[in-house]
Design a protein around this ligand. Structure first.
Ligand SMILES: C[S@@+](CC[C@H](N)C(=O)[O-])C[C@H]1O[C@@H](n2cnc3c(N)ncnc32)[C@H](O)[C@@H]1O
Length: 356
Protein backbone atom coordinates (compact mmCIF):
# COMPACT_ATOMS: atom_id res chain seq x y z
CA UNK A 1 0.00 0.00 0.00
CA UNK A 2 1.47 3.38 -0.90
CA UNK A 3 2.35 5.49 2.08
CA UNK A 4 3.08 9.19 2.23
CA UNK A 5 6.47 8.49 3.72
CA UNK A 6 9.01 6.56 1.74
CA UNK A 7 8.83 2.80 1.93
CA UNK A 8 11.99 1.34 3.37
CA UNK A 9 11.56 -2.04 1.72
CA UNK A 10 13.10 -1.34 -1.66
CA UNK A 11 16.21 0.47 -0.51
CA UNK A 12 16.77 3.52 -2.69
CA UNK A 13 13.57 5.22 -3.86
CA UNK A 14 12.51 5.18 -7.47
CA UNK A 15 11.51 8.48 -9.06
CA UNK A 16 8.60 6.71 -10.75
CA UNK A 17 5.30 7.27 -9.03
CA UNK A 18 3.81 4.42 -7.02
CA UNK A 19 0.57 2.84 -8.19
CA UNK A 20 -2.54 3.42 -6.13
CA UNK A 21 -3.92 -0.12 -6.00
CA UNK A 22 -7.51 1.11 -5.64
CA UNK A 23 -7.53 3.29 -8.74
CA UNK A 24 -4.76 1.47 -10.66
CA UNK A 25 -3.37 4.87 -11.52
CA UNK A 26 0.08 6.19 -10.76
CA UNK A 27 -0.09 8.17 -7.52
CA UNK A 28 2.34 10.70 -6.11
CA UNK A 29 2.81 11.81 -2.51
CA UNK A 30 1.91 15.39 -1.66
CA UNK A 31 1.96 17.63 1.38
CA UNK A 32 -0.02 20.76 2.18
CA UNK A 33 1.49 23.80 3.83
CA UNK A 34 -1.02 25.45 6.10
CA UNK A 35 -0.97 28.41 8.51
CA UNK A 36 -0.44 27.04 12.03
CA UNK A 37 -3.89 26.81 13.58
CA UNK A 38 -5.77 25.99 10.37
CA UNK A 39 -4.66 22.35 10.09
CA UNK A 40 -8.11 20.96 10.93
CA UNK A 41 -9.85 23.12 8.36
CA UNK A 42 -7.33 22.07 5.71
CA UNK A 43 -7.69 18.39 6.63
CA UNK A 44 -11.47 18.63 6.33
CA UNK A 45 -11.14 20.27 2.93
CA UNK A 46 -8.62 17.63 1.84
CA UNK A 47 -11.05 14.89 2.87
CA UNK A 48 -13.35 16.24 0.16
CA UNK A 49 -10.78 15.53 -2.60
CA UNK A 50 -12.27 12.33 -3.96
CA UNK A 51 -9.05 10.64 -5.08
CA UNK A 52 -6.80 11.64 -2.16
CA UNK A 53 -5.64 8.48 -0.40
CA UNK A 54 -3.70 7.47 2.70
CA UNK A 55 -4.20 10.85 4.28
CA UNK A 56 -2.00 11.36 7.34
CA UNK A 57 -2.56 14.89 8.55
CA UNK A 58 -1.45 17.08 5.67
CA UNK A 59 0.38 14.28 3.80
CA UNK A 60 -1.41 12.13 1.25
CA UNK A 61 -1.16 10.24 -2.01
CA UNK A 62 -3.01 11.45 -5.06
CA UNK A 63 -3.29 9.89 -8.52
CA UNK A 64 -5.40 12.59 -10.19
CA UNK A 65 -4.74 15.85 -12.01
CA UNK A 66 -2.78 18.13 -9.64
CA UNK A 67 -4.97 21.00 -10.82
CA UNK A 68 -7.58 19.82 -8.31
CA UNK A 69 -5.06 20.32 -5.50
CA UNK A 70 -4.31 23.86 -6.60
CA UNK A 71 -7.97 24.70 -5.96
CA UNK A 72 -7.68 23.95 -2.24
CA UNK A 73 -8.53 27.13 -0.37
CA UNK A 74 -7.37 26.41 3.18
CA UNK A 75 -3.78 25.62 2.21
CA UNK A 76 -1.03 28.16 1.71
CA UNK A 77 0.71 25.84 -0.75
CA UNK A 78 0.80 22.29 -2.05
CA UNK A 79 4.05 20.39 -2.54
CA UNK A 80 4.90 17.18 -4.34
CA UNK A 81 7.21 15.02 -2.23
CA UNK A 82 10.05 12.66 -3.09
CA UNK A 83 12.35 10.93 -0.64
CA UNK A 84 15.71 9.26 -0.92
CA UNK A 85 17.55 6.80 1.31
CA UNK A 86 20.50 9.08 1.79
CA UNK A 87 21.89 9.99 5.21
CA UNK A 88 22.58 13.63 4.28
CA UNK A 89 21.86 16.03 1.38
CA UNK A 90 25.29 15.31 -0.15
CA UNK A 91 23.81 11.94 -1.13
CA UNK A 92 21.47 13.68 -3.57
CA UNK A 93 24.52 14.64 -5.64
CA UNK A 94 25.22 11.00 -6.55
CA UNK A 95 24.71 10.26 -10.26
CA UNK A 96 21.60 8.17 -9.87
CA UNK A 97 20.01 10.32 -7.17
CA UNK A 98 20.66 13.51 -9.11
CA UNK A 99 19.12 11.98 -12.23
CA UNK A 100 16.04 11.02 -10.22
CA UNK A 101 15.87 14.44 -8.58
CA UNK A 102 16.03 16.26 -11.92
CA UNK A 103 13.42 14.05 -13.51
CA UNK A 104 11.11 14.54 -10.52
CA UNK A 105 11.57 18.32 -10.62
CA UNK A 106 11.10 18.42 -14.39
CA UNK A 107 7.66 16.87 -13.85
CA UNK A 108 6.75 19.61 -11.36
CA UNK A 109 8.02 22.42 -13.62
CA UNK A 110 6.18 20.92 -16.59
CA UNK A 111 3.00 21.20 -14.58
CA UNK A 112 3.57 24.58 -12.89
CA UNK A 113 5.56 26.49 -15.53
CA UNK A 114 7.93 27.91 -12.90
CA UNK A 115 10.54 30.34 -14.27
CA UNK A 116 13.12 30.17 -11.47
CA UNK A 117 13.82 28.17 -8.34
CA UNK A 118 15.06 28.60 -4.78
CA UNK A 119 16.05 26.26 -2.01
CA UNK A 120 14.54 26.54 1.42
CA UNK A 121 16.49 24.41 3.89
CA UNK A 122 18.54 24.65 7.02
CA UNK A 123 22.12 25.31 5.89
CA UNK A 124 21.09 26.44 2.43
CA UNK A 125 24.31 28.49 2.22
CA UNK A 126 26.47 25.38 2.68
CA UNK A 127 28.78 24.16 -0.09
CA UNK A 128 26.61 21.07 -0.66
CA UNK A 129 23.45 23.11 -1.10
CA UNK A 130 25.26 25.50 -3.43
CA UNK A 131 26.42 22.53 -5.52
CA UNK A 132 22.91 21.15 -5.56
CA UNK A 133 21.58 24.53 -6.70
CA UNK A 134 24.17 24.62 -9.51
CA UNK A 135 23.24 21.12 -10.66
CA UNK A 136 19.52 21.93 -10.62
CA UNK A 137 20.13 25.17 -12.51
CA UNK A 138 22.13 23.35 -15.15
CA UNK A 139 19.91 20.27 -15.33
CA UNK A 140 16.59 22.10 -15.51
CA UNK A 141 17.93 25.18 -17.31
CA UNK A 142 16.11 27.21 -14.68
CA UNK A 143 17.68 30.28 -13.02
CA UNK A 144 18.50 30.00 -9.34
CA UNK A 145 16.91 32.98 -7.56
CA UNK A 146 17.57 32.53 -3.82
CA UNK A 147 15.16 35.31 -2.81
CA UNK A 148 12.20 35.09 -5.19
CA UNK A 149 12.54 31.74 -6.99
CA UNK A 150 9.15 30.42 -8.07
CA UNK A 151 9.85 26.73 -7.67
CA UNK A 152 10.32 26.47 -3.92
CA UNK A 153 12.31 23.39 -2.91
CA UNK A 154 12.24 22.35 0.72
CA UNK A 155 14.89 19.86 1.79
CA UNK A 156 14.55 18.14 5.12
CA UNK A 157 15.21 14.87 6.89
CA UNK A 158 12.35 12.37 6.61
CA UNK A 159 10.08 12.44 9.62
CA UNK A 160 9.69 8.68 9.86
CA UNK A 161 12.81 7.40 8.19
CA UNK A 162 16.55 7.81 7.94
CA UNK A 163 16.54 9.49 4.52
CA UNK A 164 16.00 12.96 3.13
CA UNK A 165 13.04 14.34 1.27
CA UNK A 166 12.63 17.11 -1.26
CA UNK A 167 9.31 18.94 -1.40
CA UNK A 168 8.63 20.93 -4.57
CA UNK A 169 5.91 23.58 -4.60
CA UNK A 170 3.47 22.84 -7.40
CA UNK A 171 2.60 26.43 -8.23
CA UNK A 172 4.87 29.43 -8.91
CA UNK A 173 2.93 31.48 -6.34
CA UNK A 174 1.45 30.30 -3.07
CA UNK A 175 -2.19 29.21 -3.28
CA UNK A 176 -3.00 31.83 -0.64
CA UNK A 177 -1.92 34.58 -3.09
CA UNK A 178 -5.26 34.51 -4.84
CA UNK A 179 -5.56 35.33 -8.53
CA UNK A 180 -8.31 37.82 -7.67
CA UNK A 181 -6.03 39.92 -5.42
CA UNK A 182 -5.08 42.80 -7.68
CA UNK A 183 -5.26 45.33 -4.86
CA UNK A 184 -3.61 44.73 -1.51
CA UNK A 185 -3.77 46.92 1.53
CA UNK A 186 -1.95 47.06 4.80
CA UNK A 187 -3.89 44.88 7.24
CA UNK A 188 -5.36 42.71 4.45
CA UNK A 189 -6.40 39.29 5.70
CA UNK A 190 -4.68 36.13 4.51
CA UNK A 191 -7.28 34.53 2.23
CA UNK A 192 -6.93 31.10 3.87
CA UNK A 193 -8.02 32.66 7.19
CA UNK A 194 -11.08 34.15 5.49
CA UNK A 195 -11.93 30.75 4.04
CA UNK A 196 -11.53 29.04 7.42
CA UNK A 197 -13.65 31.66 9.20
CA UNK A 198 -16.49 31.22 6.71
CA UNK A 199 -16.33 27.42 6.91
CA UNK A 200 -16.42 27.40 10.72
CA UNK A 201 -19.02 30.16 11.02
CA UNK A 202 -21.24 28.03 8.79
CA UNK A 203 -21.93 28.27 5.08
CA UNK A 204 -25.65 28.50 4.40
CA UNK A 205 -27.34 29.19 1.07
CA UNK A 206 -30.05 31.24 2.77
CA UNK A 207 -27.69 33.59 4.65
CA UNK A 208 -27.93 37.35 4.21
CA UNK A 209 -24.32 38.31 4.87
CA UNK A 210 -22.81 41.59 6.01
CA UNK A 211 -19.08 42.37 5.97
CA UNK A 212 -18.91 45.65 7.90
CA UNK A 213 -15.19 46.51 7.60
CA UNK A 214 -14.38 44.98 4.27
CA UNK A 215 -10.91 46.47 3.68
CA UNK A 216 -9.67 44.88 0.44
CA UNK A 217 -12.67 42.54 0.27
CA UNK A 218 -11.06 39.25 1.32
CA UNK A 219 -14.01 37.96 3.36
CA UNK A 220 -16.52 38.99 0.69
CA UNK A 221 -14.70 37.40 -2.21
CA UNK A 222 -13.75 34.19 -0.44
CA UNK A 223 -17.41 33.70 0.53
CA UNK A 224 -18.64 34.49 -2.97
CA UNK A 225 -16.28 31.83 -4.33
CA UNK A 226 -17.52 29.24 -1.84
CA UNK A 227 -21.06 29.00 -3.16
CA UNK A 228 -24.58 30.39 -2.95
CA UNK A 229 -25.93 32.81 -0.36
CA UNK A 230 -29.06 34.89 -0.30
CA UNK A 231 -27.47 38.36 -0.24
CA UNK A 232 -24.12 39.92 0.62
CA UNK A 233 -22.94 43.50 1.15
CA UNK A 234 -19.74 45.10 2.37
CA UNK A 235 -18.91 48.52 3.77
CA UNK A 236 -15.79 50.32 4.88
CA UNK A 237 -15.25 53.78 6.26
CA UNK A 238 -12.27 54.34 3.98
CA UNK A 239 -12.80 55.31 0.36
CA UNK A 240 -9.52 53.69 -0.71
CA UNK A 241 -10.52 50.42 0.95
CA UNK A 242 -13.84 50.42 -0.90
CA UNK A 243 -12.03 51.10 -4.17
CA UNK A 244 -9.61 48.28 -3.36
CA UNK A 245 -12.51 45.89 -2.77
CA UNK A 246 -14.11 46.92 -6.05
CA UNK A 247 -10.87 46.25 -7.94
CA UNK A 248 -10.62 42.78 -6.40
CA UNK A 249 -14.30 42.02 -6.99
CA UNK A 250 -13.84 42.87 -10.65
CA UNK A 251 -10.83 40.57 -10.88
CA UNK A 252 -12.84 37.82 -9.18
CA UNK A 253 -15.78 38.50 -11.55
CA UNK A 254 -18.13 38.84 -8.61
CA UNK A 255 -20.82 41.45 -8.27
CA UNK A 256 -21.26 42.43 -4.64
CA UNK A 257 -22.52 45.76 -3.41
CA UNK A 258 -19.95 47.74 -1.43
CA UNK A 259 -20.14 51.29 -0.11
CA UNK A 260 -18.21 53.83 1.90
CA UNK A 261 -20.24 53.89 5.10
CA UNK A 262 -19.49 53.83 8.81
CA UNK A 263 -20.41 50.32 9.88
CA UNK A 264 -21.87 51.70 13.10
CA UNK A 265 -24.21 54.06 11.25
CA UNK A 266 -25.54 52.21 8.25
CA UNK A 267 -29.13 53.25 8.92
CA UNK A 268 -30.22 49.72 7.94
CA UNK A 269 -33.30 48.26 9.63
CA UNK A 270 -32.93 45.86 12.56
CA UNK A 271 -32.35 42.16 11.79
CA UNK A 272 -31.16 42.83 8.22
CA UNK A 273 -28.56 40.02 8.27
CA UNK A 274 -28.17 36.38 9.33
CA UNK A 275 -24.39 36.40 9.36
CA UNK A 276 -21.96 39.24 10.02
CA UNK A 277 -18.32 38.56 9.19
CA UNK A 278 -15.92 41.13 10.62
CA UNK A 279 -12.17 41.45 10.56
CA UNK A 280 -11.93 44.31 13.05
CA UNK A 281 -9.03 46.80 13.16
CA UNK A 282 -6.20 45.10 15.06
CA UNK A 283 -4.73 48.30 16.42
CA UNK A 284 -1.42 48.17 14.54
CA UNK A 285 -1.65 48.41 10.74
CA UNK A 286 -5.24 49.68 11.06
CA UNK A 287 -6.72 51.68 13.95
CA UNK A 288 -5.19 52.13 17.40
CA UNK A 289 -5.67 50.39 20.73
CA UNK A 290 -7.24 53.56 22.03
CA UNK A 291 -9.81 53.89 19.25
CA UNK A 292 -10.52 50.15 19.40
CA UNK A 293 -11.43 50.42 23.08
CA UNK A 294 -14.39 52.55 22.05
CA UNK A 295 -15.08 50.82 18.73
CA UNK A 296 -15.35 47.19 19.92
CA UNK A 297 -18.25 47.52 22.43
CA UNK A 298 -20.17 49.88 20.13
CA UNK A 299 -19.64 47.45 17.28
CA UNK A 300 -21.04 44.48 19.23
CA UNK A 301 -24.12 46.50 20.16
CA UNK A 302 -24.82 47.68 16.62
CA UNK A 303 -24.25 44.23 15.09
CA UNK A 304 -26.68 42.81 17.64
CA UNK A 305 -29.29 45.18 16.27
CA UNK A 306 -28.50 44.27 12.66
CA UNK A 307 -28.54 40.48 13.02
CA UNK A 308 -31.62 38.29 12.83
CA UNK A 309 -33.03 36.39 15.81
CA UNK A 310 -30.76 33.38 15.27
CA UNK A 311 -28.05 35.49 13.71
CA UNK A 312 -24.30 34.83 13.98
CA UNK A 313 -21.44 37.25 14.24
CA UNK A 314 -17.93 36.07 13.40
CA UNK A 315 -15.17 38.35 14.65
CA UNK A 316 -11.50 38.09 13.72
CA UNK A 317 -9.04 40.16 15.70
CA UNK A 318 -5.60 40.36 17.20
CA UNK A 319 -6.95 42.56 20.02
CA UNK A 320 -7.73 39.44 22.02
CA UNK A 321 -7.52 40.94 25.49
CA UNK A 322 -9.75 43.82 24.52
CA UNK A 323 -12.39 41.69 22.78
CA UNK A 324 -12.50 39.07 25.53
CA UNK A 325 -12.88 41.84 28.13
CA UNK A 326 -15.75 43.39 26.18
CA UNK A 327 -17.41 39.98 25.79
CA UNK A 328 -17.20 39.37 29.54
CA UNK A 329 -19.02 42.62 30.21
CA UNK A 330 -22.00 42.03 27.95
CA UNK A 331 -24.94 39.63 28.12
CA UNK A 332 -26.35 39.90 24.60
CA UNK A 333 -24.05 37.40 22.87
CA UNK A 334 -22.84 33.85 23.57
CA UNK A 335 -19.29 33.58 22.27
CA UNK A 336 -16.94 30.73 21.49
CA UNK A 337 -13.50 30.63 19.95
CA UNK A 338 -13.28 29.14 16.46
CA UNK A 339 -9.50 29.13 16.00
CA UNK A 340 -6.25 30.93 16.66
CA UNK A 341 -3.86 31.16 13.77
CA UNK A 342 -0.29 32.31 13.25
CA UNK A 343 -0.01 34.66 10.30
CA UNK A 344 2.44 37.40 9.40
CA UNK A 345 3.88 37.68 12.91
CA UNK A 346 0.42 37.88 14.53
CA UNK A 347 -1.71 35.38 16.41
CA UNK A 348 -5.26 36.53 15.66
CA UNK A 349 -8.29 34.63 16.92
CA UNK A 350 -11.68 34.08 15.32
CA UNK A 351 -14.80 33.94 17.50
CA UNK A 352 -18.37 33.00 16.75
CA UNK A 353 -21.01 34.98 18.61
CA UNK A 354 -24.64 33.95 18.69
CA UNK A 355 -27.52 36.00 20.00
CA UNK A 356 -28.76 34.92 23.41
C1 LIG B 1 -8.33 44.88 9.58
S1 LIG B 1 -8.95 45.92 8.32
C2 LIG B 1 -9.90 44.79 7.36
C3 LIG B 1 -9.04 44.07 6.37
C4 LIG B 1 -9.83 43.19 5.43
N1 LIG B 1 -10.35 42.03 6.10
C5 LIG B 1 -8.97 42.78 4.26
O1 LIG B 1 -8.77 41.59 4.06
O2 LIG B 1 -8.47 43.65 3.55
C6 LIG B 1 -10.16 46.84 9.14
C7 LIG B 1 -10.95 47.79 8.24
O3 LIG B 1 -11.91 48.41 9.05
C8 LIG B 1 -12.19 49.66 8.50
N2 LIG B 1 -12.94 50.44 9.53
C9 LIG B 1 -12.50 50.90 10.70
N3 LIG B 1 -13.50 51.49 11.39
C10 LIG B 1 -14.61 51.39 10.60
C11 LIG B 1 -15.96 51.78 10.74
N4 LIG B 1 -16.40 52.42 11.82
N5 LIG B 1 -16.81 51.49 9.74
C12 LIG B 1 -16.41 50.85 8.63
N6 LIG B 1 -15.13 50.46 8.45
C13 LIG B 1 -14.25 50.71 9.41
C14 LIG B 1 -10.83 50.19 8.14
O4 LIG B 1 -10.92 51.22 7.17
C15 LIG B 1 -10.17 48.91 7.60
O5 LIG B 1 -10.30 48.83 6.20
Amino acid sequence: MPRPHSSRTSGRKSSRPAVDYRTRQPASPYELEVLPGLEQVAETELAGVALARDIHGLRFWYPGDPERLTRLRAAVAVYRVHSWDVPRPRGLLGNQQLGELLSYLRGVVEYGGHRSFRISAAGKESAVMQRLAEEIQRGLELPHDPAEGELVLRLRPEENGPGWEVLARLTPRPLSARAWRECNMSGGLNATIAYAAHKLAGQRDEDRIFNPMCGSGTLLIERALMGPYDAMVGVDISESAVECTRTNLKAARKEIEVARIDALQTGLPPRSFDLVMADLPWGDAVGSHRSNAALYPAFLTEMHRLTSKRGRLCVITHEIKLLEGVLREQTAWDARELFQVYSGGHYPKAYLLQKR
